[in-house]
Design a protein around this ligand. Structure first.
Ligand code: MEV
Length: 461
């Protein structure tokens, strides 16, 4: 950091140029260069840039992530090419490989088990809980009536408030109650819909208590603490499965199908028993899930938080996937809560999000849940397949080689030579650097020489 700048006030009110000027002049040794980096990522079309600028506060520029494609997904008999936004090399390749493998074996079978979302009004009240319980049917009716105009559109699409319950939490925390809502939000993720309804409902609740003729003035005192949806949506659940005869697990050269199935099942079992392994196992699943969630403009933080809470629902953190072999049939499935939307939010604003939705055939939320679960399952299948056979580093490092070469500023010709040279070698940053240094120091050697040579020291001669 160049210096230690004073706190700034009214930063959000400055123009974008002024914000950048403030930043570059205070934090960078070469302000002009810093400005070039930021402005280099602006969209050429100022109207598109403005759309991005207005997503958040204090936008300075855009932050690119690779947008890749995993083709050949067969899900419920329908073919998909699936957009994936992710920076980690080999994730898209792994999903694509798995998709192609399962497309030859019946594809992914997915079903949405439920789509219910949750929201809560948390409030503090010292009155008699029996009175409140007796009030609930009337309160429920009043909430439905007073929010009817707000919920009309959602109800037309099959959504709305499903239920309202009173939860007495006073044994955990003095005076603490919840109004606990269940919602159906159709194709919307529904966060704004739910939060608005909760805030309206909390006002109705307060009014009802404050205007009661049966309560003392002391009992009429209610404090609404917070009104917020829950990102834990265990009742917004999707299941996706692949299956085949064990003998069809035949594309791992080093393992017979039965041996592969047995090792695979053990790997899944370990991810059910051992949280250290389960977290990494589920992280691999989320590699696939998050990349689709991002590409389709959904909230990956919500999806992540919920998935991991669900993985720990019985008190121990476990695998989100399951596997079995029965009567010679291998089955592998995932059950995961995914609160996704295909309308509202970024879906109608971000040009690439719109593009993703069209690419997927403009799915509804239930379709998108199924597609996303399939990618998570595909990802986990690929990861476990590598782990129990050749190991994960082979595929990883192949993709990582390109990142190292880019980091070293290798030319296209040097990259091609490096790919050939390292095709049968262990890849490390030091080895790749040494190779590129030699190419740069001694000019481009004859590729035949590289192909013939196992020992790169021979390149120096
Ligand atoms: C890497 O991003 C994901 C894996 O570690 C997942 C796993 O171990 O199952 C390969």
């Amino acid at each position: 950091m160049k210096n230690n700048p004073q706190p700034v006030s009214g930063f959000s009110k400055l123009s974008k140029e002024a914000k950048i000027e403030w930043l570059c002049s205070r934090f960078f040794a070469e302000p002009e260069q810093a400005y070039q980096v930021l402005s280099g990522y602006w969209h050429l079309d100022s109207a598109v840039q403005k759309v991005h600028d207005e997503f958040i506060e204090n936008t300075l520029t855009n932050f690119y992530m690779p947008y890749g494609l995993a083709p050949n997904f067969l899900i419920n008999e329908r073919s998909y090419a699936i957009p994936m936004v992710i920076e980690e090399s080999s994730v898209v390749a792994a999903a694509s490989k798995s998709a192609a493998f399962w497309a030859q074996r019946g594809g992914f079978k997915a079903e949405v088990l439920s789509t219910t979302k949750v929201g809560q009004v948390h409030f503090l009240w010292e009155g008699p809980s029996d009175w409140l319980r007796a009030e609930l049917p009337g309160l429920r009716q009043q909430i439905l009536e007073e929010t009817a105009s707000f919920t009309a559109n959602m109800r037309q699409r099959g959504g709305g408030i499903q239920s309202i319950a009173l939860v007495d939490k006073t044994h955990d925390e003095p005076g603490y109650f919840q109004l606990d809502f269940r919602f159906e939000t159709a194709d919307a993720m529904g966060a704004n819909f739910i939060n608005t309804l909760l805030e309206q409902s909390s006002k109705i609740l307060s009014r009802r208590i404050e205007s009661s003729t049966e309560l003392t003035s002391e009992q009429k005192r209610i404090q609404i603490l917070m009104c917020i949806l829950s990102n834990y949506t265990p009742e917004c659940l999707v299941r996706c499965e692949v299956s085949c005869a064990v003998e069809e697990l035949n594309d791992v050269p080093e393992l017979a199908p039965e041996e592969f199935a047995s090792k695979f099942l053990r790997a899944v079992r370990i991810a059910h028993l051992e949280p250290y392994r389960a977290v990494t196992h589920n992280k691999g699943i989320m590699n696939g899930i998050d990349s689709v969630v991002l590409a389709t403009g959904n909230d990956f933080r919500a999806v992540e938080a919920c998935a991991h809470a669900y993985a720990a629902k019985d008190g121990t953190y476990r695998s989100l996937t399951h596997a079995s072999v029965e009567n010679g049939v291998f089955r592998f499935w995932i059950e995961i809560p995914l609160a996704l939307g295909t309308v509202g939010g970024l879906t109608c604003l971000h040009p690439m999000v719109k593009f993703s939705h069209e690419l997927l055939g403009n799915p509804g939320a239930r379709d998108l849940m199924q597609i996303t679960a399939a990618v998570g399952l595909a990802q986990n299948f690929s990861a476990l397949k590598s782990l129990v056979s050749s190991g994960i580093q082979k595929g990883h490092m192949k993709m990582h080689l390109l990142n190292i070469l880019n980091q070293l500023g290798a030319s296209e010709a040097q990259k091609e030579k490096a790919k050939i040279y390292f095709s049968d070698k262990i890849i490390s940053f030091a080895e790749v650097k040494a190779f590129v240094d030699r190419l740069q120091g001694y000019g481009l050697p004859d590729p035949k020489l590289i192909l013939l040579s196992d020992d790169h020291s021979s390149l120096e001669s």
